[in-house]
Design a protein around this ligand. Sequence first.
Ligand code: BG6
Length: 608
Amino acid sequence: MCGIVGYIGEEQAAPFLLSGLEKLEYRGYDSAGLCLNDGGTLVVKKSKGKLTELKTLTHNGSSLHGTVGIGHTRWATHGEPSDVNAHPHLSESGRFAVVHNGIIENYLPLKEKLMDKGITFRSNTDTEVIAQLIEYYYQGDLMDTIIKVLSRLDGSYALGVLSKDNPDEIIAVRKESPLIIGLGEHENFIASDIPAILSKTRKIYRLENDEIAVIKRDGVSVFNTDKEPVQKEYETIEWDIHAAEKGGYEHFMFKEIMEQPKAIHDTISPRIKDGRVVLNEISLTAEQIRSFRKINILACGSAYHVGVVAKYIFEKILRIPTEADLASEFRYRDPIVDDKTLTVVISQSGETADTKEAMKEAKRRGSHVISIVNVLGSAIAKESDDVIYTLAGPEIAVATTKAYSTQLAVIYLMAIYFGDLLGKITDTEYQNYLSELLMIPDKIQQILDNSENVQYLASQLFHADDVFFIGRNIDYALSLEGSLKLKEISYIHSEAYAAGELKHGTISLIEKGTLVIALATHEELIGKIVSNMKEVQARGAYVLCLATERHQELKDVAQNTIFIPPTCDMMLPSLAVIPLQLFAYYVASQKGCDIDKPRNLAKSVTVE
Ligand code: BG6
């Protein structure tokens, strides 16, 4: 996902822009660029590759003069990563410069029309069309021009715009893609996300859809597309500045793995009062909850894997048919949804385009939507009927850990809350669930404090070419996340497989030395998973088993075992996922991978 930073003030802008872009590297990018308005001359420097290329090109920003500028890190959607496709993009005469996060869905017809009028394009990006349109429509009033251009655009965009004729302002626009404005003293900022500006200010505006901001040194004015002023309330960011930094850990991912006990504690504590689960965020009456005949869970990536765990939990406890759906599949399937369907949307960023659009589809069909989101004020949070925030704090590593764990914690809270409302759990069960939930942070800490075995196993097994994660029931749901974690940061091919299904085909791939990670935490099916372990061992597999401490006998079955403390069935994934996260982390470390910014990946994909 692209990153935008802008500065207008009294200091040289370029060095700050570069440091701000560094704080946004986690979003994933393949090229970067700056544009400075140096007293009415727009100077652009941009290059393919990492920010270090741009720093070299601009001598760490020192060779770029001017106290007004915009910067960008690009995650390619249209046009391959290249110098010319990097942002900022200039209009034909160089009068306007634009940086953009999002996707202009109708850029091709617009580009063709402009080319028919003789306008020359330099890049094959959608963004350049915006810069060219501004110049094409410009009659002297930049705001009027921007409003007209916006009326021609279909799609999503966060924009930063500079104009030669307006050397003392930056224009910022938001539609779908997030954009914030930082409020300083005789200086102001724009950014895609808070870490970029936290070193300068804690006061921000969050731009809403179809808002246009005019940012000057000593003030920020916000308008709607009817050019009417919009009154904004500023927000003060309480994050400890290191919350968005590594805090001494080598990688954000490791820091975030270690933060999980606190993240879960912070997420559940405000929602447990006097021995009861309190979910005031849910606006549904008990009668409405009783009226639901189906639950659909929509998400992508690891958030989807939480949905699969939730399916097993909701069906087991609530006895309501529950489907976990890949958001990108759900919306094009003419899904069966009505007002008797409860939709649960899970998203760390709250900006994932597939998930956001799937949510809109469910709403259009009459479903009540509860979202579980980590980023405050994000699009999914705003557009769902109810939002339950995970309080994991900023998650910077692309491979999610603490967001996954806090999403699971919210699922447990919902299961207990709804189970009680629906009369599906007894008071004793209620209290047992609650006491187990309250112990989860400490049990995770216990696993984290005793993870040497996992690190050792990773050092022995990181040469594996193909890895199979197998499990049954809730262990199968967890195997999806274990497999993705390993794939996304170590680039080792792995597959998650329902253990009972392996023999129906894929077992043909098992050969001598194949690494099979067998998840055997689900009490009822231990016998079955032991059979599956023996099945693959008979074909030469090396089995690493993950089980609760209650089953020491599994040491005699598997080549190696990892034990976790026991807990109630539905909460086992919260404990079992920790060794799997660590295993993936240590394997990737052994392989020298770029753990926080894996190749090809983005923290949140805000385009389809
Ligand atoms: C992917 C990320 O792009 O999007 C995953 O790499 C993430 O880590 C998935 O789980 C969904 O993102 P979000 O923000 O909707 O949870």
